[in-house]
Design a protein around this ligand. Structure first.
Ligand code: NAD
Ligand code: ZN
Length: 349
């Protein structure tokens, strides 16, 4: 088992459920609710039921980003009320980033806030979404428009759950691993570039812990994202615009797929503005292209992407600000970028 110390809580990477049971027992909740989606209900809930000492009531929502909405929250709040949830109830969010972000948001606002534990079951939520206290939902088609910062009682991670994750979802989560390497860890970059590294056949505990340590370090320095935490946004200014654009289409991208495209374009911007050297840009592009290449005509949607980027939370006075790379392993933030440069970078995809 490994433990990472966040500010007011701990993150456990732990296949034995002893720690989880200790935490739940010590909280002595009046009732335990487990939020699941249709997939984690089928694939993850039985294991939790077998291992958790407390009885609980599970509440299911449909799976997928398109259900990360206020309407689904209404249903969750209603279920809590109907099932007698009170201030001493506990919510365990068993699922990916959607369940974690939305379940935490519902817990954090129900009766002005009840306690919750994040039990992430996708790679993306294990290495990223469950750490850092950001909770929320999409609104009017815009990603994470409504939400709050609030820390869970604990994050508890069983990497065994990754065994049932479809490869497409595993790769989506791995996009954040690539991001962590690019912004902060040349060592991690070298590890994932080594010829023996194969994401369909690795022992996840170590790599999940390494990534949580990177994210947790950054979040601890800058919880409210006034400075360093913005580096975690690398790839996400363009990436979120792309994700929002395709959300309402018949072929939505996963978060990670959008972020891979975003990192491609934002590495190009880093180069075009003279921060990143050409050889490193080529190395990054080569890695990203062989990892995932979307068949998308970016040129035809560049205006709508620029409009979506206007809503990025890092912008100041309507000027677009980016996190960029100085080199592999070092990021810089709050860099103002003109639309012409963004278009040029999009065209390089
Ligand atoms: N709060 C943050 O700091 C933060 C950071 C990054 C991403 N996010 C958010 O996280 C979300 C993306 O997370 P995600 O990729 O985990 O999405 P997700 O929750 O939709 O999960 C992806 C899919 O995997 C299924 N699934 C979950 N666990 C499974 C398992 N063990 N086996 C088989 N299938 C399983 C889900 O049902 C879903 O269909 C986005 O909404 C994004 O905005 C939040
Ligand atoms: Zn992300």
């Amino acid at each position: 088992m490994s433990i990472v110390h966040a500010s007011n809580y701990h993150i456990y990477v732990d296949e034995s459920y002893d720690k989880l049971n200790d935490i739940v027992d010590s909280m002595n909740p009046s009732r335990v609710f487990v939020f699941v989606d249709s997939n984690t209900e089928e694939l993850c809930l039985a294991r939790l039921k077998e291992k958790l000492n407390s009885d609980f009531l599970s509440i299911r929502i449909p799976a997928g980003e398109k259900y990360k909405t206020i309407q689904v929250c209404n249903g969750l709040w209603e279920s809590l009320i109907k099932n007698g949830a009170d201030r001493k109830s506990l919510i365990i969010n068993l699922g990916g980033g959607v369940i974690g972000d939305m379940g935490g948001f519902v817990a954090g606002t129900y009766m002005r806030g009840i306690k919750f534990i994040q039990a992430p079951t996708t790679l993306l939520s294990q290495v990223d979404a469950s750490v850092g206290g950001k909770l929320g939902i999409d609104f009017l088609g815009y990603k994470n428009m409504v939400g709050l910062f609030l820390e869970p009682e604990a994050v508890w991670i069983d990497t065994t759950y990754l065994k049932t994750l479809p490869v497409r979802e595993l790769k989506s989560g791995f996009a954040e691993v690539i991001k962590h390497a690019l912004i902060r860890s040349r060592a991690l970059w070298l590890k994932i570039n080594s010829s023996s590294f194969d994401i369909s056949d690795i022992e996840w505990t170590r790599i999940v812990t390494d990534n949580i340590e990177i994210k947790n370090f950054v979040v601890k320095q800058d919880y409210k994202e006034l400075g360093l935490r913005k580096t975690l946004n690398f790839g996400h200014t363009v990436g979120h615009a792309i994700e929002s654009h395709f959300l309402s289409t018949e072929k939505p991208l996963t978060h990670g797929e959008a972020i891979i495209i975003g990192m491609h374009c934002e590495s190009s911007i880093s180069f075009l503005l003279g921060h990143l050297k050409e050889d490193e840009l080529k190395t990054i592009h080569h890695y990203l292209d062989s990892f995932y290449k979307a068949k998308i005509d970016i040129k035809s949607i560049s205006q709508s992407l620029l409009e979506a980027m206007l809503l990025d939370k890092k912008n100041v006075n309507g000027n677009k600000r980016f996190t960029l790379l100085k080199s592999i392993g070092t990021a810089i933030f709050d860099i103002e970028v003109k639309d012409e440069v963004i278009i040029e970078a999009l065209n390089l995809y």
